[in-house]
Design a protein around this ligand. Structure first.
Ligand code: NAG
Ligand code: NAG
Ligand code: NAG
Ligand code: NAG
Length: 336
């Protein structure tokens, strides 16, 4: 039986992996540890057992946890079985910081202060310390957002200590890398004993292209300096993933990735009306939650699907909040 802890990091492609876990959990009847309130575990505060909804009546343990939190391993261990497999995902900090900056531009005070300039990102990167007040909890994600999610001291300006890296290595069986998303999925499949069918996915929660800020070399260098801890983590675990791919067998990996992409193309052809479309073109059931900063794309399903096909296709395209609510309602036999 699967016992899985997925630390869902911000703006790394984690929603796409969470959807895979939602489908796995539903298929296998796993018990989800859901937040007691809303969709996150009291983020940006540290994870606490208290923020978890109690076990459903007919269950004796939780099997899977995969909603946003700031990790505190000792607290997670109070909720999840001891033999749980821990996974997370990291993305190139230049990309993930750009995404965090734009997505949370009007929510995070440090970003909001820079938003009055014609080019907010350039203004922010010019003098980040002018806008960033590290004592404000609502600024948590404004510096080293991935390290913050992992529970590290993200507001500091130096890299991780050896001890911190070792602790993460000891905790996580797999740190996936967004730039090697498909390869990471194959490794996750091996680790969890899944089939290729289980890891078929549609890219979820992505912005429309127009909302992605293109980053100059100078900006990229400044983002790296500002997010030194994220850079160190990313470089470390990217190297580690590359080693795992080599160990798995580069050719074998290429073959698996090719097969996976073939399956994804097939399912996309079967399920999806166009490609990803703007939120205005989506029915409510399939429309991802929209921040007030950028447009998040989603998928319309083909109109001629049989009920069985529809149920399968819906789950692939279902945005996080809708699928989460559905699973919650099913597990507790009451509405969120
Ligand atoms: C608990 O009840 C729900 C709703 O009836 C059911 O879907 C689920 O399979 C049950 N789980 C266990 C572990 O018995
Ligand atoms: C930073 O935020 C804290 C908590 O809100 C506040 O007390 C403090 O005055 C702020 N510092 C500056 C320099 O604005
Ligand atoms: C949250 O976790 C961090 C990192 O472990 C720790 O330094 C901090 O004191 C914790 N915050 C609270 C309010 O417990
Ligand atoms: C649905 O329509 C598409 C063309 O729009 C076609 O390729 C597909 O075979 C149809 N599927 C079914 C189940 O009729």
């Amino acid at each position: 039986k699967h016992h899985i802890v997925f630390l869902k990091t911000h703006k790394t492609g984690s929603s796409t992996f969470q959807n895979i876990l939602f489908r796995l959990g539903e298929k296998e009847g796993l018990v989800f540890a859901f937040p007691a309130r809303s969709f996150q575990f009291s983020y940006p505060s540290n994870f606490s057992k208290k923020s978890v909804k109690e076990l459903p009546e007919n269950a004796t343990e939780f099997d899977i946890i995969c909603s946003h939190m700031r990790l505190d391993v000792e607290e997670v261990k109070k909720v999840m079985p001891m033999d749980s497999v821990y996974l997370t995902i990291l993305r190139d900090p230049v990309e993930s910081f750009e995404s965090v900056f734009v997505y949370y531009g009007s929510y995070v005070p440090a970003f909001k202060l820079a938003s009055e300039f014609p080019d907010p990102l350039t203004a922010f990167l010019e003098k980040p310390d002018l806008y960033y007040n590290s004592t404000m909890l609502s600024n948590s994600i404004a510096k080293n957002p991935m390290a913050y999610d992992l529970g590290l001291r993200a507001h500091d300006s130096d890299g991780p200590s050896l001890q911190e890296l070792q602790k993460i290595e000891k905790t996580f069986s797999l740190v996936m890398i967004t730039e090697y998303f498909d390869e990471s999925l194959i490794l996750a499949k091996e680790l969890l004993g899944l089939n290729l069918e289980d890891i078929i996915y549609l890219k979820l929660n992505a912005r429309q292209k127009e909302d992605v800020v293109s980053i100059s070399k100078d900006q990229a260098a400044k983002i790296r300096t500002w997010n030194l801890l994220d850079v160190a983590l990313y470089n470390h675990f990217r190297k580690k993933l590359q080693n795992k791919i080599e160990h798995y067998g580069t050719q074998r990996m290429e073959q698996e990735v090719r097969t996976l992409r073939g399956l994804i193309a097939e399912v996309t052809q079967q399920c999806i009306q166009d490609k990803a479309v703007k939120p205005e073109q989506l029915e409510e059931k399939l429309r991802p939650w929209q921040p007030n900063t950028v447009s998040i794309f989603g998928y319309n399903l083909k109109g001629n699907l049989t009920q069985v096909e529809y149920d399968k296709c819906l789950r692939l395209a279902w945005p996080e909040l809708q699928y989460h609510s559905f699973l919650y309602n099913k597990q507790y036999r009451k509405s969120m």
